[in-house]
Design a protein around this ligand. Structure first.
Ligand code: HEC
Length: 111
């Protein structure tokens, strides 16, 4: 006699496995999507940076200079905004994020 529990077990196992597979696929997709978003955001930020900063500077994120913390880059960008170039909050944020991403200070960051 076939036990009545067996088919139900199979269904449960199949559902669990399906759930795991779909879940994993979803995670991979979400991660890829996030990376694509980040790359796009960084390209957009670079465009602003090029337009606003590279008119006067050859290279700010100079690998020969020490990197800066996010606060350090914020001070620089704020100073430039006050003296040399007009940035709105969004542009300033994009530039700070970009410079920090490519030239992070090695010291422990405050924020
Ligand atoms: C209109 C020209 C001009 C623009 C645009 C400009 N800067 Fe500057 N920047 C200067 C000058 C001139 C100095 C040096 C004198 C000073 O510090 O005031 C300087 C100094 C700096 C320094 C410190 C010196 C160094 O090389 O480490 C950094 C960092 C910097 N700028 C980053 C930026 C960033 C980031 C932007 C874009 C938001 C920007 N600058 C836009 C003219 C400019």
């Amino acid at each position: 006699m076939v036990s009545p529990r067996k088919p139900r077990h199979l269904v449960v196992i199949t559902l669990v496995l399906l759930g795991l597979i779909l879940g994993a696929a979803g995670l991979v997709q979400a991660k890829l999507g996030k990376e694509v978003m980040e790359a796009k955001a960084q390209m957009a930020a670079y465009k602003v940076f090029k337009q606003k900063c590279l008119a006067c500077h050859d290279n700010i994120a100079d690998p020969e200079r020490p990197g800066k913390t996010r606060d350090g880059w914020t001070i620089v960008v704020k100073y430039m905004d006050d003296h040399y170039v007009n940035l709105n909050d969004q542009e300033a944020g994009q530039i700070i994020g970009l410079l920090y991403a490519i030239r992070k200070g090695e010291e422990k960051e405050p924020g």
